[in-house]
Ligand binder design. Structure first.
Ligand SMILES: Nc1ncnc2c1ncn2[C@@H]1O[C@H](COP(=O)(O)OP(=O)(O)OP(=O)(O)O)[C@@H](O)[C@H]1O
Length: 342
């Protein structure tokens, strides 16, 4: 068995160990891992793109952990979670008396991350007014604290993330193009969970194990009906939503089986959606065949047999889907005759 300290001949730990907390084997995720492997050893800025809950923070930590900066500080700031007027001081720090309420000197995140990695989450939420200062620190690695003229030099590797479309924001003049280009040195895109459904069973098994252990419950089996429902669902909240729902299911389980945790409304919405799509595609197929067969339903060359249906089944389906031949008055007797001969 491999030891935890195993290294490859190139001095690196094997891929599966380096991303061990990040569950998934889909090609889309593997391709993101490959990008991370390439960029991590450099000092370049990384921009992680992906919907909420796709694992952007996990990837940011992985970049730090497999970089030469591992063992140095990893500092995180969610730009969307800090009020606009406090963000500058949070990033760059302030001197005592710099503004009302600045009762003591404060070290900013850039200082804290010196020699390590700074992860700026939700970078798209950084106010326009602050963007030139961020650009300067990225380019020159220097800045001033609020209320001070002294220039601080730092050695910080920046990893930024956003779920927003920064290009659209640049077009709308909500994000500076120069900052965008500086951030977009090496983009890593994380796929939405619905684009890598093959990872869902692995993630479910992982979270069942984690929450089962945490709650002291043994979940012996995930019934196929539960797995089918989880695989079919579109997961707008991605892995975070899946994680929370598996936690709920583990709480509810009392017979060693994992119940379907999706709220009825989610199943209902999904069913409504798929039924709608199914009906639309059925209507399209039937109409095409009717057209090809000149609206003859029965007989060996009729639409029913060519669709592999009984004539009565086809008629029932046409009724259900509201399909009727667009008739002129003169056509009507002809169709009736044909239908009767079918
Ligand atoms: N591939 C994965 N394997 C295991 N856990 C994962 C995976 N991806 C995400 N998670 C878990 O899902 C949760 C959300 O992940 P994370 O915070 O990294 O997402 P995010 O993209 O940064 O979200 P947001 O944009 O909302 O900040 C975390 O608890 C994380 O541990």
């Amino acid at each position: 068995m491999e030891s935890d300290n195993e290294v490859r001949s190139n001095g690196q730990r094997p891929v599966e160990r380096r991303f061990e907390q990040i569950i998934g084997k889909s090609p889309a995720l593997e391709s993101a891992f490959a990008d991370v492997e390439q960029v991590a050893p450099t000092d370049s800025t990384v921009l992680i793109l992906g919907e909420t809950g796709t694992g952007k923070e996990l990837i940011a930590r992985a970049i730090h952990n497999i970089s030469p900066r591992c063992g140095r500080p990893f500092v995180k700031l969610n730009c969307a979670a800090i009020p606009f007027d406090l963000l500058e001081s949070e990033l760059f720090g302030h001197e005592k008396g710099a503004f009302t309420g600045a009762i003591a000197q404060k070290i900013g995140r850039f200082d804290m991350a010196n020699t390590g990695t700074l992860f700026l989450d939700e970078i798209g939420d950084i106010p326009l007014a602050l963007q030139p200062k961020l650009l300067r620190v990225l380019q020159e690695q220097e800045f001033e604290r609020l209320g001070s003229c002294r220039t601080h030099r730092v050695d910080v590797r920046l990893v930024a993330a956003t779920h927003r479309n920064l290009i659209e924001m640049v077009k709308r003049a909500e994000f500076r193009s120069d900052l965008y280009y500086r951030l977009n040195v090496f983009p890593v895109t994380l796929p939405a969970l619905r684009e890598r459904k093959e990872d869902i069973p692995l993630l479910v098994a992982h979270f069942v194990k984690v929450f089962g252990q945490r709650m002291g419950k043994r979940i012996l089996n995930v019934p196929q009906s539960t797995m089918d429902a989880l695989t079919e669902y579109s997961w707008p909240g991605n892995i975070r939503e899946l994680q929370n729902l598996v936690e709920r299911a583990v709480i509810r389980s009392n017979d060693g089986l994992l119940p379907n945790p999706l709220p009825q409304s989610a199943n209902y919405q999904h069913n409504q959606f798929t039924q709608g799509v199914f009906a639309d595609s059925q209507r399209e197929v039937i109409l095409k065949m009717l057209d090809t067969c000149g609206w003859i339903l029965g007989g060996s060359r009729g639409a029913a047999s060519r669709l592999g249906l009984k004539r009565t089944t086809l008629i029932a389906k046409m009724k259900k889907l509201g399909i009727s031949r667009p008739l002129s008055e003169s056509d009507r007797p002809q169709l009736t005759e044909q239908q009767e001969s079918d």
